[in-house]
Design a protein around this ligand. Structure first.
Ligand code: AMP
Length: 192
């Protein structure tokens, strides 16, 4: 199984790159942000809880997120048989540790982590643009600012976590989606 963690700040292109990767390598895409937005749309109780955190640009508590991820993985065993792209998970060290345990219990592991490196001013521009086009409620300047702060404080320590395990591959995330994909593909070809 090829299990890839797409890692990067909000607006770094994780979703865009994941979409191309799943088609190229027949992997299963788990975007925790999409799972939460789907619950919000359907008005589930998880959706109601998630909405409050998302609107403030904060992270959903780890325990809840870990349970959600485990159930998505277990509900999609057949679709995920070649491997999974984890997009937007893990976002904290406890989530990364839980992912390790979860995959180990299922006889597999993280094959590699692809970190998309994009300067902050470009991230903000991309997110504001996406907000205009998609109407995503958390793509406004105030929420973007707190999401970037949360990323810097809680998520970016994962770079060291994965670098120490020899799993981190940083890729320049600017220059257009296709150019970035060529860089991502090179990393995948080297680890698969
Ligand atoms: P995303 O679509 O990945 O940018 O996620 C949108 C929002 O969903 C984030 O700002 C968080 O509030 C929440 N979220 C998504 N994934 C996670 C996660 N792994 N842990 C905690 N919160 C998350």
């Amino acid at each position: 199984m090829l299990n890839i963690v797409m890692f990067g700040a909000p607006g770094s292109g994780k979703g865009t790159q994941s979409e191309v990767l799943i088609k190229t390598y027949g992997l299963f895409h788990i975007s925790t942000g999409d799972v939460l937005r789907d619950n919000i749309k359907r008005g589930t109780s998880l959706g109601k809880t998630a909405q409050e955190f998302i609107n403030k640009g904060q992270l959903i508590p780890d325990e809840l997120m870990v349970d959600i991820l485990a159930s998505v993985v277990d509900d999609n065993k057949e679709a995920a048989k070649n491997g999974v792209i984890f997009d937007g998970f893990p976002r904290t060290i406890p989530q990364a540790e839980a992912l390790e345990t979860m995959l180990e219990a299922r006889g597999t592991k993280v094959s590699g982590v692809i970190g998309l490196d994009v300067p902050e001013e470009i991230l903000i521009g991309r997110l504001l643009n996406r907000g205009k086009e998609s109407g995503r409620s958390d793509d406004n300047l105030e929420t973007i600012t707190s999401r970037l702060e949360v990323y810097n404080n809680q998520t970016s320590p994962l770079k060291d976590f994965y670098a120490e395990k020899g799993l981190l591959h940083m890729v320049k995330g600017t220059g257009g989606a296709e150019v970035v994909f060529e860089r991502v593909k090179k990393v995948i070809e080297a680890i698969r």
